[in-house]
Design a protein around this ligand. Sequence first.
Ligand code: HEC
Length: 153
Amino acid sequence: MGSKLFTAGLVLALGAGCAFSAIAQVKPEVLVDQRIAAMRLQGKYLFPLVPMAQGKAPYDAAMVARNAGYLDVLIRLAWDGFDPGTQGVKSRALPEIYAEPAKFKAAQETMFTEMNKFVAAARSSNEANAKAGIGDVLKACNGCHDTFRQKAQ
Ligand code: HEC
């Protein structure tokens, strides 16, 4: 009896969930907040590795491997937040993103390619390649920022 009620509740909840996601319209302000949060998390896990790659901080293989794993997921999260419907919301995203979508996409692909190389090097504890990979990933981040992100005031 109890379990029947539970099942019924679950079915209702799942049904409600489906109906909700089918009609959900995420607000543009929320999309902008989320894509910026994703960008900040990318920075959180990449930037501490940069001094290691430059030999300015001791190389911490365990941290590099952990952060590489996080970044491999994080770098995929921001993109669906760059919806044309967000253009009215104040942010540092430049209009070129929507004027040149293929170029914006190519900048993402470049980063994915560099990240794949970095993750492989970090997983196989190849310190020299991982250090080079950190620099190449950062270059891919900045390559997009130079074209598609408004300079900080
Ligand atoms: C394909 C383009 C692209 C790539 C690649 C990219 N970014 Fe960004 N990034 C942007 C854009 C556009 C913004 C501005 C977003 C906004 O204001 O809505 C941004 C914003 C940021 C911000 C500022 C967030 C804030 O506080 O306002 C940080 C930090 C950041 N990116 C880090 C990174 C890092 C680290 C990488 C590489 C791992 C990266 N980004 C890769 C396009 C890119």
